[in-house]
Design a binder for this molecule. Structure first.
Ligand SMILES: Nc1nc2c(c(=O)[nH]1)N[C@H]1C(S)=C(S)[C@@H](COP(=O)(O)O)O[C@H]1N2
Ligand SMILES: [Mo]
Length: 360
C-alpha cells in the first residue's frame, strides 16, 4: 500500500476519509521553482512537495540552482581541463575527446547544498540521474608522481556582479584525497536527467561526489592539480567549513573531514484529512537521504512526542516515507525525525536542523 493509500482514500466512498487541504509549512514563504538573483546569489528552490512514488526524482527544469552560469565564462570548444601539479608532465584532457566518448549512466543521486535552509523550504535539495566518467578511471591518465596523495578540482567562478554582502567569495575548488575519489565513486558529469547538464548546472562538465554536499561538486571544471599532504585548504573549502561540519577552519586540506551527508530526513508534504467520524487525520510524506547504510527504522515526532516509526519505501536515490496520525487537538506542531541507533551519526537530525512546523 504505502503511498498508494493516499490515492485510495482520494477516491473515497462515504466511509473513507476525505482530503481537506494541503497544510503549508510555517515560515517558508520563498517562491519555489522560480530562478532569482544573478551570479553567486542566483537560486532556484526545488518544490519538494511534489515528491511521491510517481514523482521520485526531480526533472532538470526543477533541479535546484545555487550559483548561475557565470556571465564572464566564454565557453570554448573543445572545452579543456588543465592537469598540473605533481605529474610527470602537465597535460590537458577535453570534454569532447576524452569524456563524452566514455560517458555512461552513473546512477540516481541526491544533491544537497550544505547551506540548505528552512525559509527556502529546504529546496536546495534534489535527486536526479547523472552520466559521466569516473574520476578514478582518468587518474591513471594524469601521470601522477608517487608523491601525489591529493587532487584539487577547480571550476570557473568569475561573475561580473559581486555577491551581496560578500556572501560568496570568488573561486570554487575542493581538494580530495585520492582514496576519497575512489571510495566515493566521484565522477566528472556531462549529463543530467538524460540531457546536457544545462548551463546553470555546470555545462559542459562538473564534478559529482555521491553523498557529499553540493559545495564539493564543482561546476564548469577547468583545472585539476595533483598535490601532496602539505596542500593548504582552498578559500572555497574555508568558506564551506562550518556548513560541512569541520572542526573550525583547518589550514590544510588533509585536515578536512569528508564533506559527506549524514542520514537526514524531513516531511515534504502534509495533508489534513477528515475521518468518517469527523476526526482530523494528518498524513505526512517525506524523504530520508544521506548516510552510509540502509535504514530500517526512522522515527517521526510531533512536538516532543516519543518517536513513532514511519513506513519506509526505499528507491535508488532518497527513501520515501509516509506516516498518518491523529493530533490531540488544534495548534502548532513541530515536526522532526530521528534514528534511534547510537551507532549511526545523524548530526543534522540531532540538532533538529530540518524541523518544520504546521498549524492545525
Ligand atoms: N564553479 C562553481 N561550482 C559550484 C558552485 C559555485 O559557486 N561555483 N557552487 C557549489 C555549491 S555551493 C552547490 S550547492 C552546487 C549546486 O549545484 P547546482 O546549482 O547544479 O544544484 O554547486 C557547487 N559548485
Ligand atoms: Mo551549496
Amino acid at each position: 500500500m504505502l503511498l498508494g493509500s493516499l490515492l485510495a482514500s482520494a477516491c473515497s466512498s462515504e466511509e473513507k476519509s476525505t482530503l481537506v487541504r494541503r497544510v503549508p509549512f510555517v515560515g517558508e514563504d520563498t517562491k519555489v521553482e522560480t530562478k532569482t538573483g544573478v551570479g553567486w546569489d542566483s537560486r532556484l528552490y526545488t518544490d519538494l512537495s511534489v515528491v511521491d512514488r510517481e514523482h521520485l526524482v526531480i526533472p532538470k527544469s526543477s533541479f535546484y540552482i545555487r550559483t548561475a552560469y557565470p556571465d564572464r565564462l566564454v565557453p570554448s570548444t573543445p572545452w579543456s581541463i588543465a592537469i598540473s601539479g605533481l605529474v610527470a608532465a602537465p597535460t590537458t584532457i577535453t570534454v569532447e575527446g576524452d569524456l563524452l566518448p566514455n560517458a555512461r549512466p552513473m546512477g540516481t543521486h541526491v544533491l544537497e547544498c550544505s547551506g540548505n535552509h528552512r525559509e527556502g523550504g529546504f529546496g536546495l535539495l534534489s535527486a536526479a540521474s547523472w552520466s559521466g566518467v569516473p574520476l578514478s578511471e582518468l587518474l591513471s591518465r594524469f601521470g601522477a608522481l608517487p608523491s601525489a596523495t591529493r587532487i584539487l578540482i577547480s571550476g570557473f567562478d568569475e561573475h561580473s556582479t559581486p555577491s551581496v554582502n560578500n556572501h560568496s567569495k570568488p573561486g570554487a575548488s575542493w581538494i580530495f584525497s585520492l582514496d576519497e575519489i575512489v571510495r566515493t565513486k566521484a565522477f566528472l558529469a556531462t549529463a543530467l536527467d538524460g540531457q546536457d547538464l544545462g548551463l546553470d548546472h555546470g555545462q559542459p562538465v562538473r564534478l559529482y561526489v555521491p553523498n557529499w554536499y553540493g559545495c564539493t561538486c564543482i561546476k564548469w571544471v577547468n583545472e585539476i592539480q595533483l598535490l601532496d599532504d602539505s596542500a593548504p585548504a582552498t578559500a572555497h573549502m574555508i568558506e564551506f567549513a562550518s556548513r560541512t561540519h569541520q572542526n573550525g577552519e583547518p589550514a590544510l586540506a588533509k585536515d578536512f573531514l569528508p564533506a559527506s551527508m549524514d542520514h537526514a530526513a524531513m516531511p515534504t508534504r502534509v495533508e489534513e484529512w477528515r475521518a468518517p467520524n469527523g476526526a482530523i487525520e494528518l498524513r505526512a510524506l517525506g524523504i530520508l537521504w544521506g548516510g552510509d547504510r540502509p535504514i530500517d527504522r526512522l522515527l517521526f515526532h510531533a512536538n516532543e512526542s516519543a518517536g513513532v516509526p514511519v513506513r519506509l519505501s526505499p528507491s535508488e536515490s532518497w527513501t520515501l516515507w509516509e506516516h498518518t496520525w491523529t493530533p490531540p487537538g488544534r495548534g502548532r506542531y513541530k515536526l522532526t525525525m530521528s534514528i534511534d541507533d547510537p551507532a549511526i551519526r545523524t548530526r543534522r537530525l540531532t540538532t533538529k536542523y530540518y524541523e518544520r512546523e504546521i498549524d492545525v
